[in-house]
Design a protein. Structure first.
Length: 177
């Protein structure tokens, strides 16, 4: 983390909209472990950001992450044509009825902020990680996101949760209030 910014707790804001349009330092991508693109937010970020993001991801796969990015970890690449400067890719856990994986989901938010601090990013946009095809119940996903970001000391000034629809927005609003 840059030496002149003291760790504090980020300001939380909520936006209903498209994460690929956010003018922030870093956008968090709910990636899959392959880092090679997928559906949902992941596909949207790669489509809007263009091939430079995938090129960076392929380089990471060829070097540090031959087996893919582990669940709960985060890594940064260029943001290509997005308004952001970086994309921070994190792999959320698939929701399970038999096993509590909430620590892994919390880790996605914490590790993404740690990477943001390494980049000296001041503004970071997050999606609702794991709440799409990975099946995490929206209200619980929102609770874990908000509690984790609130508890994490960071140099980031604003954490913006960018929610795709009204249901997600309302869930996050309940926990931010």
């Amino acid at each position: 983390m840059s030496h002149h910014r003291h760790p504090h707790h980020a300001r939380l804001t909520l936006v209903r909209g498209d994460i690929t349009r956010q003018d922030v330092d870093a956008v968090v991508n709910a990636a899959n472990s392959s880092l090679l693109g997928g559906g949902g937010v992941d596909g949207a970020i790669h489509r809007a950001g263009g091939p430079d993001i995938l090129d960076d991801c392929r380089r990471l796969r060829a070097s540090y992450y031959g087996g893919g990015l582990p669940t709960g970890q985060a890594v940064a690449t260029t943001a290509g044509r997005l308004p952001a400067r970086w994309v921070i890719h994190t792999v959320g856990p698939v929701h399970s009825r038999d096993e509590d994986r909430s620590a892994l989901l919390a880790s996605c938010y914490r590790e993404s902020l740690r990477v943001a601090d390494e980049l000296a990013a001041r503004t970071v946009a997050f999606p609702a990680i794991s709440t799409g095809v990975y099946g995490w119940p929206m209200d619980d996903g929102a609770r874990i996101a908000v509690e984790t970001v609130r508890a994490t000391e960071t140099g980031v000034e604003e954490v913006r949760f960018v929610l795709f629809d009204e249901t997600a927005y309302e869930a996050f609003a309940r926990h931010v209030r």
